[in-house]
Design a protein around this ligand. Sequence first.
Ligand code: SF4
Ligand code: SF4
Length: 253
Amino acid sequence: MRRKFLVSVAKLVAIFAGIFSFLYLKKDENVSSSKKRLTTSFYLRPPGVLNEKHFLSSCIRCGACVKACPYNTLKLASFNDNASNGTPIFYASKIPCYLCDTLPCIAKCPSDALSKDILKQGIKSVNIGRAIVDESSCVAHFGIQCDACYRACPFLDKAIYLEYKRNERTNKHAMLVPKVNYDYCVGCGMCERACITKIPAISVLPSDFILGQRNDNYVKGWVEGDDSILKDVNTNKKLDKNKAMDYLNGAEF
Ligand code: SF4
Ligand code: SF4
């Protein structure tokens, strides 16, 4: 009798284990087929983060920004995420930042983890990340008329614009391909969310990761505003031909 009971219990456990692993695998399959990028290491921070180092030392992990977000964009990082546990993150391909005018996440942050200056400067000064296009998967580069990312961008024709490209060989085929202008892109991720490809062909990477920093001596003399920097520079300077100059760094060899 006791043996029979134990066998039945073992059978039940086996059945439940089977059902559980089936559901678990099914869930994993869905994640990997539709939102594969969610399982990778890139996550984005809420607007108002100045840099990761400053953020990690100021965020008190209270979750006030997560609670304040009306779109459920933000979540607190857990064990499965690659971010420091309990800090706010989001994945643009799941839910992007919709750049609320009032930026409630920043307004509710009790520490200076999310810079209050952004509240005064407005959404154009948000600096979450920058979008990049993978031309090998963007269907516009296959001659298909797709402007999903372009239409989704809150800074239409500024952060993303469409560039006309002609096939020089056939002289017949033309393409309108998306280009990102880093002077305007704030990294909200609305383009990534809107992208129609299996895994988004346009994606946002964190600013810390993607942006470099040029030396101050580089000036675009042909750009309005930049040309004023050249006002006091003597452009008629005679160079000593006998001396090799490291003209990139302004130092002699
Ligand atoms: S509200 Fe500020 S301190 Fe709290 S979790 Fe969000 S960023 Fe961190
Ligand atoms: S992340 Fe995409 S949608 Fe957002 S501003 Fe940049 S280009 Fe536009």
